[in-house]
Design a protein around this ligand. Structure first.
Ligand SMILES: NC(=O)C1=CN([C@@H]2O[C@H](COP(=O)(O)OP(=O)(O)OC[C@H]3O[C@@H](n4cnc5c(N)ncnc54)[C@H](OP(=O)(O)O)[C@@H]3O)[C@@H](O)[C@H]2O)C=CC1
Ligand SMILES: O=C(CO)COP(=O)(O)O
Length: 344
Protein backbone atom coordinates (compact mmCIF):
# COMPACT_ATOMS: atom_id res chain seq x y z
CA UNK A 1 0.00 0.00 0.00
CA UNK A 2 1.44 3.45 -0.87
CA UNK A 3 2.71 5.29 2.18
CA UNK A 4 3.76 8.82 2.95
CA UNK A 5 7.54 8.74 3.49
CA UNK A 6 9.98 11.45 4.53
CA UNK A 7 13.63 10.98 3.54
CA UNK A 8 16.01 13.06 5.65
CA UNK A 9 19.27 13.93 3.91
CA UNK A 10 19.54 14.69 0.19
CA UNK A 11 23.08 13.45 -0.38
CA UNK A 12 23.80 10.60 -2.79
CA UNK A 13 22.25 7.86 -0.68
CA UNK A 14 19.16 9.75 0.54
CA UNK A 15 18.38 10.77 -3.04
CA UNK A 16 18.89 7.23 -4.41
CA UNK A 17 16.63 5.74 -1.70
CA UNK A 18 14.02 8.40 -2.50
CA UNK A 19 14.12 7.19 -6.13
CA UNK A 20 13.46 3.58 -4.98
CA UNK A 21 10.54 4.72 -2.81
CA UNK A 22 9.05 6.77 -5.68
CA UNK A 23 9.37 3.73 -7.97
CA UNK A 24 7.27 1.85 -5.42
CA UNK A 25 4.48 4.43 -5.67
CA UNK A 26 5.00 6.05 -2.26
CA UNK A 27 4.47 9.75 -1.67
CA UNK A 28 8.03 10.88 -0.94
CA UNK A 29 9.27 14.14 0.53
CA UNK A 30 13.03 14.57 0.51
CA UNK A 31 14.43 16.96 3.12
CA UNK A 32 17.54 18.94 2.15
CA UNK A 33 18.95 21.64 4.37
CA UNK A 34 19.88 24.02 1.50
CA UNK A 35 17.13 25.91 -0.37
CA UNK A 36 19.09 26.05 -3.64
CA UNK A 37 19.35 22.25 -3.66
CA UNK A 38 15.59 21.97 -3.00
CA UNK A 39 14.92 24.23 -5.98
CA UNK A 40 17.24 22.21 -8.20
CA UNK A 41 15.52 18.93 -7.27
CA UNK A 42 11.99 20.33 -7.67
CA UNK A 43 12.53 22.39 -10.82
CA UNK A 44 15.23 20.54 -12.75
CA UNK A 45 14.74 17.05 -11.29
CA UNK A 46 18.48 16.67 -10.76
CA UNK A 47 20.91 16.57 -7.82
CA UNK A 48 24.11 17.30 -9.72
CA UNK A 49 26.43 17.64 -6.72
CA UNK A 50 25.63 14.17 -5.41
CA UNK A 51 24.23 12.16 -8.35
CA UNK A 52 25.56 13.83 -11.48
CA UNK A 53 23.74 13.07 -14.74
CA UNK A 54 20.75 11.31 -13.14
CA UNK A 55 17.18 12.40 -13.88
CA UNK A 56 15.03 12.14 -10.73
CA UNK A 57 11.37 11.01 -10.78
CA UNK A 58 8.81 13.74 -11.58
CA UNK A 59 6.79 12.90 -8.45
CA UNK A 60 9.79 13.39 -6.09
CA UNK A 61 9.30 16.52 -3.99
CA UNK A 62 12.07 18.16 -1.99
CA UNK A 63 11.64 20.60 0.87
CA UNK A 64 13.96 22.51 3.18
CA UNK A 65 11.37 22.22 5.98
CA UNK A 66 11.76 19.05 8.05
CA UNK A 67 8.31 19.82 9.44
CA UNK A 68 6.77 19.75 5.97
CA UNK A 69 8.64 16.55 5.13
CA UNK A 70 7.92 14.55 8.27
CA UNK A 71 4.98 15.93 10.27
CA UNK A 72 2.35 13.58 8.80
CA UNK A 73 4.64 10.83 7.44
CA UNK A 74 3.93 7.12 8.06
CA UNK A 75 7.64 6.34 7.88
CA UNK A 76 10.84 8.38 8.06
CA UNK A 77 14.05 7.28 6.34
CA UNK A 78 17.09 8.93 7.91
CA UNK A 79 20.16 9.15 5.65
CA UNK A 80 22.19 11.93 7.22
CA UNK A 81 25.88 11.27 8.07
CA UNK A 82 26.63 9.81 11.52
CA UNK A 83 27.81 13.21 12.75
CA UNK A 84 24.35 14.71 12.04
CA UNK A 85 22.19 11.92 13.50
CA UNK A 86 21.67 13.35 17.00
CA UNK A 87 20.68 16.88 15.94
CA UNK A 88 18.40 15.53 13.20
CA UNK A 89 16.61 13.24 15.68
CA UNK A 90 16.20 16.10 18.14
CA UNK A 91 14.54 18.16 15.40
CA UNK A 92 12.33 15.21 14.43
CA UNK A 93 10.99 15.01 18.00
CA UNK A 94 9.49 18.45 17.59
CA UNK A 95 7.75 17.87 14.26
CA UNK A 96 6.08 14.45 13.96
CA UNK A 97 2.38 14.33 14.75
CA UNK A 98 2.08 10.57 15.23
CA UNK A 99 4.74 7.88 15.91
CA UNK A 100 6.59 6.80 12.77
CA UNK A 101 8.61 3.77 11.70
CA UNK A 102 12.14 5.16 11.47
CA UNK A 103 14.47 3.39 9.05
CA UNK A 104 18.05 4.57 8.98
CA UNK A 105 20.65 3.90 6.28
CA UNK A 106 23.66 5.56 7.93
CA UNK A 107 26.91 3.61 8.24
CA UNK A 108 29.05 4.73 11.15
CA UNK A 109 29.96 4.53 14.83
CA UNK A 110 30.02 7.72 16.89
CA UNK A 111 33.49 8.63 18.24
CA UNK A 112 33.32 9.43 21.97
CA UNK A 113 30.13 7.56 22.83
CA UNK A 114 31.19 4.55 20.66
CA UNK A 115 27.49 4.02 19.89
CA UNK A 116 25.87 2.49 16.82
CA UNK A 117 23.43 4.69 14.91
CA UNK A 118 20.27 3.01 16.25
CA UNK A 119 21.63 3.38 19.79
CA UNK A 120 22.15 7.10 19.23
CA UNK A 121 18.60 7.31 17.87
CA UNK A 122 17.15 5.47 20.85
CA UNK A 123 18.88 7.95 23.14
CA UNK A 124 17.55 10.99 21.29
CA UNK A 125 14.03 10.03 20.21
CA UNK A 126 10.98 10.45 22.38
CA UNK A 127 8.39 7.68 22.69
CA UNK A 128 5.75 9.73 20.92
CA UNK A 129 8.08 10.19 17.91
CA UNK A 130 8.76 6.56 16.93
CA UNK A 131 6.95 3.24 16.98
CA UNK A 132 10.03 1.29 15.80
CA UNK A 133 13.59 1.71 14.55
CA UNK A 134 15.06 -0.29 11.66
CA UNK A 135 18.34 -0.23 9.73
CA UNK A 136 18.79 -0.73 5.99
CA UNK A 137 22.28 -1.78 4.93
CA UNK A 138 24.11 -3.80 2.29
CA UNK A 139 26.12 -3.56 -0.93
CA UNK A 140 24.45 -0.59 -2.56
CA UNK A 141 26.27 2.28 -4.20
CA UNK A 142 23.88 5.19 -4.75
CA UNK A 143 25.16 5.72 -8.29
CA UNK A 144 23.95 2.25 -9.34
CA UNK A 145 20.72 2.24 -7.30
CA UNK A 146 19.68 5.54 -8.92
CA UNK A 147 20.18 3.86 -12.33
CA UNK A 148 17.95 0.98 -11.21
CA UNK A 149 20.72 -1.56 -11.48
CA UNK A 150 20.03 -4.85 -9.60
CA UNK A 151 20.82 -4.36 -5.91
CA UNK A 152 20.25 -6.41 -2.74
CA UNK A 153 20.15 -5.12 0.83
CA UNK A 154 19.16 -6.24 4.33
CA UNK A 155 16.78 -4.58 6.78
CA UNK A 156 16.96 -5.30 10.47
CA UNK A 157 14.88 -4.34 13.46
CA UNK A 158 14.09 -5.78 16.89
CA UNK A 159 10.56 -6.70 15.79
CA UNK A 160 9.66 -8.87 12.81
CA UNK A 161 6.68 -6.65 11.92
CA UNK A 162 9.04 -3.67 11.51
CA UNK A 163 11.52 -5.70 9.44
CA UNK A 164 8.66 -6.70 7.14
CA UNK A 165 7.21 -3.21 6.97
CA UNK A 166 10.60 -1.83 5.92
CA UNK A 167 11.05 -4.68 3.43
CA UNK A 168 7.66 -3.92 1.84
CA UNK A 169 8.34 -0.18 1.66
CA UNK A 170 11.55 -0.60 -0.35
CA UNK A 171 11.25 -3.85 -2.31
CA UNK A 172 11.12 -3.27 -6.10
CA UNK A 173 12.03 -5.38 -9.11
CA UNK A 174 15.50 -3.75 -9.05
CA UNK A 175 15.98 -3.44 -5.29
CA UNK A 176 15.65 -6.74 -3.43
CA UNK A 177 15.34 -6.52 0.36
CA UNK A 178 16.07 -9.35 2.82
CA UNK A 179 15.28 -9.30 6.54
CA UNK A 180 17.60 -10.18 9.43
CA UNK A 181 16.80 -9.83 13.16
CA UNK A 182 20.45 -9.10 14.09
CA UNK A 183 20.50 -5.29 14.40
CA UNK A 184 23.95 -5.24 16.04
CA UNK A 185 25.54 -7.34 13.29
CA UNK A 186 23.86 -5.47 10.43
CA UNK A 187 24.90 -2.06 11.78
CA UNK A 188 28.46 -3.14 12.62
CA UNK A 189 29.03 -4.77 9.24
CA UNK A 190 27.98 -1.60 7.39
CA UNK A 191 30.08 0.69 9.56
CA UNK A 192 33.25 -1.39 9.87
CA UNK A 193 33.69 -2.34 6.21
CA UNK A 194 34.51 1.33 5.57
CA UNK A 195 37.69 0.98 7.65
CA UNK A 196 38.85 -1.96 5.53
CA UNK A 197 37.97 -0.10 2.31
CA UNK A 198 40.26 2.74 3.41
CA UNK A 199 43.05 0.19 3.85
CA UNK A 200 42.45 -1.46 0.49
CA UNK A 201 42.42 1.94 -1.19
CA UNK A 202 45.81 2.58 0.42
CA UNK A 203 47.25 -0.62 -1.05
CA UNK A 204 46.00 0.56 -4.45
CA UNK A 205 47.72 3.91 -3.93
CA UNK A 206 50.90 2.04 -3.02
CA UNK A 207 50.64 0.01 -6.25
CA UNK A 208 50.26 -3.26 -4.41
CA UNK A 209 48.38 -5.97 -6.28
CA UNK A 210 45.32 -8.15 -5.88
CA UNK A 211 46.89 -10.44 -3.29
CA UNK A 212 47.15 -7.58 -0.80
CA UNK A 213 43.52 -6.62 -1.45
CA UNK A 214 42.29 -10.17 -0.88
CA UNK A 215 44.41 -10.39 2.27
CA UNK A 216 42.95 -7.22 3.76
CA UNK A 217 39.38 -8.14 2.85
CA UNK A 218 39.67 -11.60 4.39
CA UNK A 219 41.57 -10.64 7.52
CA UNK A 220 39.42 -7.50 7.76
CA UNK A 221 36.31 -9.65 7.84
CA UNK A 222 37.95 -11.78 10.54
CA UNK A 223 38.52 -8.79 12.79
CA UNK A 224 35.06 -7.33 12.11
CA UNK A 225 33.55 -10.71 13.07
CA UNK A 226 35.77 -10.92 16.17
CA UNK A 227 34.58 -7.54 17.50
CA UNK A 228 30.99 -8.10 16.37
CA UNK A 229 30.71 -11.43 18.17
CA UNK A 230 32.09 -9.85 21.30
CA UNK A 231 29.46 -7.10 21.08
CA UNK A 232 26.61 -9.60 20.75
CA UNK A 233 26.19 -9.94 16.97
CA UNK A 234 25.47 -13.25 15.24
CA UNK A 235 28.77 -14.17 13.48
CA UNK A 236 26.77 -15.48 10.49
CA UNK A 237 25.49 -11.97 9.76
CA UNK A 238 29.02 -11.01 8.71
CA UNK A 239 28.93 -13.48 5.82
CA UNK A 240 25.68 -11.92 4.57
CA UNK A 241 24.85 -8.86 2.49
CA UNK A 242 25.49 -6.32 5.24
CA UNK A 243 28.85 -7.97 6.04
CA UNK A 244 30.81 -9.70 3.29
CA UNK A 245 28.53 -8.27 0.57
CA UNK A 246 29.13 -4.66 1.54
CA UNK A 247 32.81 -5.32 2.20
CA UNK A 248 33.24 -6.60 -1.37
CA UNK A 249 31.38 -3.72 -3.01
CA UNK A 250 33.09 -1.01 -0.99
CA UNK A 251 36.58 -2.47 -1.35
CA UNK A 252 36.36 -3.07 -5.11
CA UNK A 253 34.38 -0.15 -6.49
CA UNK A 254 35.49 3.17 -7.91
CA UNK A 255 32.21 4.57 -6.52
CA UNK A 256 33.39 4.10 -2.94
CA UNK A 257 34.49 7.31 -1.23
CA UNK A 258 36.30 5.27 1.45
CA UNK A 259 38.27 3.34 -1.18
CA UNK A 260 39.13 6.54 -3.07
CA UNK A 261 40.12 8.35 0.13
CA UNK A 262 42.43 5.45 1.06
CA UNK A 263 43.98 5.43 -2.41
CA UNK A 264 44.85 9.13 -2.19
CA UNK A 265 46.39 8.57 1.24
CA UNK A 266 48.46 5.72 -0.24
CA UNK A 267 49.59 8.10 -2.98
CA UNK A 268 50.91 10.47 -0.34
CA UNK A 269 48.12 13.04 0.06
CA UNK A 270 47.37 14.42 3.55
CA UNK A 271 44.06 13.46 5.16
CA UNK A 272 42.86 17.09 5.27
CA UNK A 273 43.55 17.55 1.56
CA UNK A 274 41.80 14.30 0.66
CA UNK A 275 38.66 15.16 2.64
CA UNK A 276 38.51 18.63 1.10
CA UNK A 277 38.87 17.19 -2.38
CA UNK A 278 36.19 14.47 -1.85
CA UNK A 279 33.36 16.90 -1.00
CA UNK A 280 31.27 13.95 0.25
CA UNK A 281 31.14 12.11 3.53
CA UNK A 282 33.91 9.53 4.17
CA UNK A 283 32.48 7.73 7.19
CA UNK A 284 35.43 5.33 7.60
CA UNK A 285 37.72 8.04 8.99
CA UNK A 286 35.75 8.80 12.16
CA UNK A 287 34.63 5.17 12.40
CA UNK A 288 38.29 4.09 12.56
CA UNK A 289 38.76 6.36 15.56
CA UNK A 290 35.62 5.00 17.26
CA UNK A 291 36.37 1.35 16.55
CA UNK A 292 39.98 1.61 17.69
CA UNK A 293 38.65 2.77 21.10
CA UNK A 294 35.84 0.21 21.10
CA UNK A 295 38.24 -2.66 20.41
CA UNK A 296 40.62 -1.44 23.11
CA UNK A 297 37.84 -1.16 25.68
CA UNK A 298 36.66 -4.72 24.95
CA UNK A 299 40.21 -6.03 24.65
CA UNK A 300 39.58 -7.33 21.13
CA UNK A 301 42.52 -7.57 18.75
CA UNK A 302 41.99 -5.52 15.55
CA UNK A 303 45.42 -5.09 13.94
CA UNK A 304 44.19 -3.64 10.62
CA UNK A 305 42.03 -1.04 12.37
CA UNK A 306 44.96 -0.19 14.68
CA UNK A 307 47.31 0.25 11.71
CA UNK A 308 44.84 2.52 9.91
CA UNK A 309 44.32 4.53 13.07
CA UNK A 310 48.06 5.18 13.18
CA UNK A 311 48.10 6.27 9.52
CA UNK A 312 45.03 8.53 9.81
CA UNK A 313 45.70 10.16 13.16
CA UNK A 314 49.39 9.70 14.04
CA UNK A 315 51.09 10.22 10.69
CA UNK A 316 52.31 6.62 10.15
CA UNK A 317 53.45 6.08 6.57
CA UNK A 318 51.00 3.68 4.79
CA UNK A 319 53.89 1.53 3.51
CA UNK A 320 55.24 1.16 7.03
CA UNK A 321 51.74 0.26 8.25
CA UNK A 322 51.66 -2.54 5.70
CA UNK A 323 55.11 -3.76 6.78
CA UNK A 324 53.99 -3.77 10.42
CA UNK A 325 50.95 -5.90 9.57
CA UNK A 326 53.05 -8.36 7.58
CA UNK A 327 55.63 -8.60 10.37
CA UNK A 328 53.26 -9.51 13.20
CA UNK A 329 53.84 -12.65 15.26
CA UNK A 330 52.67 -15.97 13.82
CA UNK A 331 48.95 -16.74 14.13
CA UNK A 332 46.46 -19.54 13.53
CA UNK A 333 44.04 -18.57 10.78
CA UNK A 334 40.78 -19.87 12.24
CA UNK A 335 39.86 -18.73 15.69
CA UNK A 336 37.22 -19.42 18.27
CA UNK A 337 34.61 -16.65 18.21
CA UNK A 338 33.09 -17.62 21.55
CA UNK A 339 33.19 -15.41 24.66
CA UNK A 340 36.65 -16.52 25.73
CA UNK A 341 37.91 -15.54 22.27
CA UNK A 342 41.57 -16.45 21.77
CA UNK A 343 43.51 -15.07 18.82
CA UNK A 344 46.72 -16.95 19.47
N1 LIG B 1 26.55 6.94 -1.05
C1 LIG B 1 26.26 5.66 -0.93
O1 LIG B 1 26.29 4.92 -1.93
C2 LIG B 1 25.87 5.09 0.37
C3 LIG B 1 25.97 5.81 1.54
N2 LIG B 1 25.59 5.25 2.73
C4 LIG B 1 25.62 5.99 3.98
O2 LIG B 1 24.65 7.02 3.94
C5 LIG B 1 25.04 8.10 4.80
C6 LIG B 1 24.94 9.40 4.00
O3 LIG B 1 25.88 9.30 2.98
P1 LIG B 1 25.75 9.97 1.55
O4 LIG B 1 24.36 10.30 1.19
O5 LIG B 1 26.50 9.09 0.63
O6 LIG B 1 26.59 11.31 1.82
P2 LIG B 1 26.85 12.53 0.84
O7 LIG B 1 28.21 13.03 1.15
O8 LIG B 1 26.52 12.15 -0.56
O9 LIG B 1 25.79 13.61 1.34
C7 LIG B 1 25.72 14.00 2.68
C8 LIG B 1 24.36 14.64 2.89
O10 LIG B 1 24.20 14.90 4.28
C9 LIG B 1 23.84 16.27 4.46
N3 LIG B 1 24.31 16.74 5.75
C10 LIG B 1 25.59 16.87 6.16
N4 LIG B 1 25.61 17.34 7.42
C11 LIG B 1 24.31 17.52 7.78
C12 LIG B 1 23.68 18.02 8.94
N5 LIG B 1 24.38 18.42 10.01
N6 LIG B 1 22.34 18.08 8.97
C13 LIG B 1 21.63 17.67 7.90
N7 LIG B 1 22.16 17.21 6.77
C14 LIG B 1 23.49 17.14 6.72
C15 LIG B 1 24.51 16.98 3.29
O11 LIG B 1 23.90 18.24 3.10
P3 LIG B 1 24.69 19.45 2.34
O12 LIG B 1 24.73 19.09 0.90
O13 LIG B 1 23.82 20.62 2.63
O14 LIG B 1 26.06 19.53 2.96
C16 LIG B 1 24.23 15.98 2.17
O15 LIG B 1 22.89 16.11 1.73
C17 LIG B 1 26.47 7.76 5.26
O16 LIG B 1 26.41 7.23 6.55
C18 LIG B 1 26.94 6.71 4.26
O17 LIG B 1 27.90 5.82 4.81
C19 LIG B 1 25.10 3.97 2.80
C20 LIG B 1 24.98 3.22 1.67
C21 LIG B 1 25.36 3.71 0.37
O1 LIG C 1 28.26 1.89 1.73
C1 LIG C 1 28.44 2.04 0.56
C2 LIG C 1 28.05 1.04 -0.45
O2 LIG C 1 27.30 -0.02 0.10
C3 LIG C 1 29.10 3.28 0.08
O3 LIG C 1 30.43 3.29 0.45
P1 LIG C 1 31.27 4.65 0.45
O4 LIG C 1 30.73 5.50 1.57
O5 LIG C 1 32.67 4.23 0.64
O6 LIG C 1 31.04 5.31 -0.90
Amino acid sequence: MPASVAVLGAGSWGTALAVVLCDNGHKVKLWARREEQVQEINEQKTNEAYLPGRRLPDQLEATSSIQEAASTADAVVSVVPTSAVRETMQTLNGVVQHPVLLIHATKGIEPGSLKRVSEMMEEELEERTVRGIAVLSGPSHAEEVSERQPTTVTVSSAELKHQEEAQDLFMTQHFRVYTNPDVIGVELGGALKNIIALGIGMTDGLDYGDNAKAALMTRGLAEITRLGSRLGADPLTFSGLSGLGDLIVTCTSEHSRNFRCGRMLGEGWSLDDVLEQMGMVVEGVKTTKAVQSLAASYDVEMPITDALYEVLFNGLDPKEASERLMGRVKKREVEDLGPSNSTQ
